[in-house]
Design a protein around this ligand. Structure first.
Ligand code: GSH
Length: 238
């Protein structure tokens, strides 16, 4: 039975981290909310919440038969285990999971840039705070996180973290780089040359035939201002 990926329709969002790995590995999946509308997600979540098991707190979550797994990093390491998208030994897998969780951290900070006061409030009502948060994120957090990921990308001979084989960390790093470029085009253009290994990793990943085909398909949604990576020009600067 093919996996079912549950996520909000109409935005790439955190669901895209899961799609990237599924698409690159050519693992079949369906998306009920994309095909049948948001009600398919809401009713499934409600059913799980009332069902007495370990219900997902929020999408994305991936379903295979009776098993449903939420949390992007958890989903990806589950897929890695089942489909060989990790390393060849436990120590390497621990390192990859650590990196994936660090990607979870920066994604949370990215969301916090445009919603520094609260997720429940409109961006328009927290623009001043967002400007202050964005300045700090651009100046301090982007170099700190990307410097860390650059060192990971340089661990082997490239282009990927483990060398020639891509893993769930590479698919997430490639999406992270593209998302940050969409959100902060001026800042990312200014710092790009500081991270040659990371950009080589990103380029090698998007050049994978399965990812090139995905990006050319109508399954691939562009970034937009409903997702995690949002382009608000007033939050960007070199
Ligand atoms: N840490 C979780 C975050 C999940 C999450 O925040 N999902 C968002 C959409 S991207 C959501 O629907 N949140 C609803 C909420 O927090 O109430 C993950 O990485 O999957």
């Amino acid at each position: 039975m093919a996996y079912r990926l549950y996520y909000w329709p109409g935005l790439p969002g955190r669901g895209e981290f899961v799609r990237m790995a599924l698409e690159a590995a050519e693992i079949p999946y369906s998306e009920p909310a994309r095909d049948d509308g948001v009600e398919a997600l809401l009713s499934d979540m409600e059913k799980r919440e009332e069902g007495g098991g370990f219900a997902p707190f929020a999408p994305p979550y991936l379903v295979d038969g009776d098993v449903a797994v939420a949390q992007v990093a958890h989903i990806l390491t589950w897929l890695a285990d089942r489909h060989g998208l990790g390393g060849d030994d436990p120590q390497t897998d621990l390192g990859l999971i650590q990196l994936q969780l660090t990607i979870t951290d920066i994604v949370a900070e990215v969301h916090n840039v445009h919603h520094p006061v609260g997720s429940g409030a409109y961006y328009a009502d927290q623009k001043d705070e967002a400007k202050r948060t964005a300045a700090q994120f651009r100046e301090d957090r982007i170099p700190k996180f990307l410097g860390h990921f650059e060192r990971a990308a340089a661990l082997n001979d490239g282009p990927f973290v483990l060398g020639g084989k891509w893993t769930h960390v590479d698919s997430s790093l490639a999406l992270l780089i593209d998302g940050l470029h969409y959100m902060f085009p001026r800042r990312m253009a200014a710092v790009k040359s500081d991270y040659p290994k990371l950009y080589a990793l990103r380029d090698a990943f998007v050049d994978l035939p399965a990812i090139a085909a995905y990006r050319a398909s109508d399954r691939c949604q562009g970034f937009n201002e409903d997702g995690i990576f949002r382009h608000y020009p007033e939050l960007d600067a070199a």
